[in-house]
Design a protein around this ligand. Sequence first.
Ligand code: NOJ
Length: 564
Amino acid sequence: MLKHGIAAALLALAPALASAQTAMKNVDAEGHPWWRHAVFYEVYPRSFADSNNDGIGDLNGIASKTGYLKALGVDAIWITPCFPSPQKDFGYDVADYQNIDPMYGTLADFDRLSAQAKQDHIRIILDFVINHTSDQNKWFLESRSSKTSPYRNWYVWHDAKPGGQPPNNWESDFGGPAWTFDQKTGQYYYHYFEAAQPDLNWRNPAVEKAMFDATRFWYRRGVSGFRLDAVDTLFEDPQLRDNPFKTNSDGTKEMINKYNDKLPQNHEVLRRLRKVADESNAVLIGETWTENINQLHEYYGPHDDEIQMPMDFLFTTINVLSASKFRTQINQAESSGEWPVWVITNHDMTRSYNRYGDGKHNDEIAKLMAGMYLTLRGTPIMYYGEELGMENNDPKRKEDVLDPLGKNNWPQNKGRDGERTPMQWNTSANAGFTTGKPWLPVPASYKTHNVETELKDPNSILNFYKRLLALRHTNEALIEGDFTSLNNSDPNVLAYLRSYKGKSVLVALNMSASPQKVDLDLSKQGESMRHLNTLLATPSAARNVSAKGMTLAPFAVYIAETGK
Ligand code: NOJ
């Protein structure tokens, strides 16, 4: 009955789907691929919307909110892992790459979500946990069953050193050694993350084939791409040499992952993975933790044949509200000539509301951050709840921590639970996320920072995001325009021009708590300040606007079309 109901509903959707598909073109009239102009939005499925009130979000919950996302101005959602998993690392430990975890629903629910999203012109990106699996994945269970198992070589096994010590000094990113001894077969296996997340052996072609096939499975189901998890660490030094250490300025020693991070072979796999993606016009987004802009540049591939959208974490990890620091990084990204990817937070880092907020003007600063990363040249990836000013809710006691990173490193590192709390939909209990007990508690600020309340307030962060995203989708200079940095020595105001086909938009952002007078001379750019046409601004953003400049209010966002 139920199956029949779903099939009938899908049939009823068919004409709408057809027209939506036509609307969702892969390239625009000028040949730009769709993802260049899309706004991406990261959904943490455990925390977005709980349709069955078990305290954990699910796919039907996400499907019920595509209308909200459409109205917000989102073009693609990246759903963090929703595959079967023991949830040791909340889904980043995948037991089966070609199914949905029952806590999130079924494959049929996924198809329903996909159809619903298409109707709302929203594409779906899944998370590809490419570096490691769960220790409960059947491949690993086979692999650890015996030294002669055909799956033994799917993972990285090695004998102990004489004396029984691990093969080398490598450390797990989550704390402790990166090797775990397996009693049954008497060897160590390697895991860059938790012991429950053994690393795949990417030198084995059978691994590559199985993993590439997993992406094909989802492309056939209509997904538009993947976010590649931990893509830096696919390969290990064949000689398993010890990593060196560096001495930090405070005298502490830190391991440099010379022999297990960013080995050149990564790029060969990425080029082949890209070929598979290209067969489906799909996009690859990289979790690319690079130390400098050259490393980031390499991830695009020598012929733009690797990752189309490697995230620029050099930008994301600027932890102070500093016009100079942001300008330096933006200019570096610009000078590399690629199409940048801008992120201000995600499920692994403290929310931007807390990282950039000063405790007094956090709402203004939230709008200011939006004013920056949504008007730069490049593709932005939002994190759910950022549009509301959701804040971190860190656990107060070790016994409340769920995240393994926090459990292993408390209290120096409280883990990532704080930034993964339920989406704040309204003022009812648990912010309207569930009527059950939510898997993580919502912060008290949900009473004011939630969708329903903010929709009613024209001055809310949410309405600012909506206006900004609407502008971004319709203004050609903001969509595709060149970027010119202005007033490069101003320590307080970040200002730039975006220009396309003879039209320019000025963006001026006051990153300080005091009014700032800015002198702007656009004559070199062939533009004039004389006939500014304000497109979007925070209340009383600019005064004394003249042909030479203006005074910007504290934390002001000012966006205007320039004249000739
Ligand atoms: C990066 C993911 O974003 C993070 O949440 C996860 O713990 C690690 N990769 C391991 O998969």
